[in-house]
Ligand binder design. Sequence first.
Ligand code: AP5
Length: 215
Amino acid sequence: MIIVFMGPPGAGKGTQAQILQENLEIPKLSTGDMLRAAITAGSDVGKKAEELMKSGDLVPDEVVVGIIKERIIQADCATGFILDGFPRTINQAQALDKMLKDNNLIVDKVICLDVNPDVIVARQAGRRIASKSGCVYHIEHNPSKVPGKCDVSGEDLIQRDDDKEDVVRHRLGIYADTVRPILEYYEKQELLNKVSGEQSVEAVKQQILSIIKQK
Ligand code: AP5
């Protein structure tokens, strides 16, 4: 099962991909998490990504395609995986199809979460993340059991640098400028499923699970 999560920043892709990862027992591959880990590690990829991510710009296609290409051939991806935040450009969508075809694989479902930009700006201000476990929380809508600590790893929760309002609005603008051809690409292949991300986390989850169960 190969699932692609799309949607504007803050739509809930990471939250739902995490839930689905536990449900389907396949890994979530978040390019954002991988790039943040590369920055922390000080790798070449991290150096290329750091300034672009801080300002909310996209990292070059060849960098993200390269990290996904290496990741999907690892053993834990053998029964499937969930892509969170990739593809983000039409070039990335085409590169994904090519690398899957080379491994005799195809995308099974594309789920696009729709959320109004003003709701997103409010959400991002309350987001807290755990960088090691990849878990995502919200101080009001999805709090951790112990304030400031991750439920899974116990690590301290942090706020992302790119969650400031001006950067969030810039990221929303980039999404609006780049998303249409990708949606059309998946619509033509009859893979696209749109879900309102403005419902509760539980309601979004139920809708996604029913889409996954459909043939
Ligand atoms: P990335 O980390 O992928 O960020 P994003 O796509 O902008 O998405 P977010 O992580 O901000 O939001 P999300 O949809 O996952 O929402 P979440 O579940 O956290 O990318 C960051 C940067 O990396 C990019 O700007 C770019 O520079 C670079 N990058 C990454 N991939 C790239 C690629 N493929 N190509 C080029 N560059 C790339 O939820 C948000 C908040 O809302 C949380 O607090 C959550 O608890 C809360 N929430 C979730 N669902 C609900 C709900 N239903 N109701 C209420 N609150 C909710």
